[in-house]
Design a protein. Structure first.
Length: 427
């Protein structure tokens, strides 16, 4: 399908945002193959906001999820690779038939520095993996894992290479509960944002989690624990080496989180719309705030050694950045978890708006911003603020909703598509 024009109505005076320049980073072509409910899709769009309108189940969120996979990470739903393939099909990659289950997403990316082709897809194996990263996958012995493949301008790359092409941010209905859920959701949210300023952050987090699992395995087996008790054996040295790796990576992770949180807080304060306070809380972050990095590493390493016996019984590790949390307070001093639903939405929107501006300034290009059904549960004022912030810094917005009227502010300056049953048509 090729976009020719966008049909616009004439809303009442004051409802439409003023004209803005084209997005400084935009997807101008998107192709899907055997992805979720899309057998095959190809659309070409202009570098302006894109709105997908249609009933629930039409495939709007699936399309946003496909775009989210063009950045490092597991996408906005954090789904397993094998769960993304269209049901009861084989698949293809770059036009070549591949036996088994496969899917592919590709896009033409336009920036103010040039144009790039990016793509990602699943290469089938005979065993599902838990992660997109081959070296972080868990598969039965002798089984061939399903693999995620990434290509940039026709060359095969690792998933981290996508960070050099584009950043993708999203806001979904599930994120309304970010401040009342467990700390794990907030850590993942923070790490996703921090990777925008430090492309090495996500690989460090992955390496840290692998080392943490290996330490837990040694402690669970009991061999390393007994070796440490008598001070002998190769396992004792392997355990010490793992804890040294965890200390080095853990402090680097904590430093990246603290740096990002500090810059985000400054950006929010500069905007002045929704005053709030935020910080990264955790033992490693507190140690790093009071000590040089090498001293913080030594303290973390000592804490791991001291918790060895306990960790062998409970599993995991009692201390470390995997226990940290993103703490947010309203301007009144009330923790975000205790704020009203409306106040929590305002806090989250303030973070998203500031992050978009921060990325645009730091990278010289804004992110792609995916807004899934947010118009349905944000009032008109907040919708307008979000659109203004994103479009004002040159970000391309892809938004979904069941009712086109929710996007009156974008009439005449966005492209509208009707979504139904895995098919998009110009609206």
């Amino acid at each position: 399908m090729r976009l020719v024009s966008s049909r616009a109505t004439h809303p009442a005076k004051g409802e439409v945002l003023p004209a803005a320049p084209e997005s400084r980073l935009a997807l101008t072509r998107l192709s899907l193959s055997d992805f979720r409910n899309y057998a095959s899709l190809r659309i070409e769009v202009e570098p302006v906001p894109v709105v997908l309108a249609g009933q629930n189940g039409a495939g709007k969120t699936n399309l946003l999820e496909a775009i989210s996979l063009l950045a490092p990470g597991r996408g906005l739903r954090r789904a397993r690779l094998s769960d993304l393939v269209r049901r009861d099909v084989g698949g293809s990659w770059d036009g070549a038939e591949v036996p088994g289950r496969a899917w592919a997403v590709a896009a033409h990316v336009r920036t103010n520095l040039g144009e790039t082709e990016v793509g990602t897809g699943l290469v089938p194996g005979n065993a599902a993996t838990e992660s997109e990263d081959d070296d972080d996958a868990t598969t039965p012995q002798g089984a061939a894992p399903e693999r995620r493949v990434v290509r940039v301008d026709g060359r095969t790359k690792g998933p981290a290479a996508l960070a050099g092409v584009l950043s993708v941010r999203w806001l979904t209905p599930a994120m309304d509960r970010l401040f009342v859920e467990g700390g794990g959701a907030r850590r993942r949210f923070l790490d996703h944002l921090a990777t925008g300023l430090d492309a090495g952050h996500a690989p460090r987090v992955n390496a840290y989690e692998r080392a943490l699992r290996e330490r837990a395995r040694l402690l669970r087996d009991g061999i390393a624990r007994s070796a440490r008790a008598d001070g002998e054996g190769a396992d004792r040295h392997w355990l010490a080496a793992l804890e040294g790796t965890l200390a080095e990576l853990g402090v680097a992770i904590a430093a990246a989180r603290r740096e990002y949180a500090s810059r985000l807080a400054a950006e929010i304060a500069a905007e002045g719309v929704t005053p709030l306070r935020l910080a990264v809380s955790g033992s490693v972050e507190e140690s790093l705030a009071a000590n040089p990095a090498l001293a913080a590493e030594a303290q973390f390493r000592d804490a791991l050694a001291a918790s060895c016996e306990q960790d062998a019984i409970t599993g995991g590790a009692a201390v470390g950045p995997h226990r940290s949390d993103l703490a947010v307070w309203h301007a009144s001093g009330l923790p975000a978890a205790q704020c009203s639903t409306g106040e929590q939405k305002a806090l989250l929107l303030a973070i998203v708006r500031a992050d978009v501006r921060l990325l645009a300034a730091a990278q010289g290009r804004p992110p792609i911003l995916l807004l899934d059904e947010v118009a349905a549960h944000l009032d008109e004022g907040r919708r307008r603020e979000l659109f203004e912030a994103a479009i004002g810094c040159g970000a391309q917005v892809w938004a979904t909703g069941t009712d086109r009227s929710l996007f009156r502010a974008l009439e005449g300056r966005a492209q509208f598509f009707a979504a139904a049953g895995g098919v998009l048509s110009l609206a």
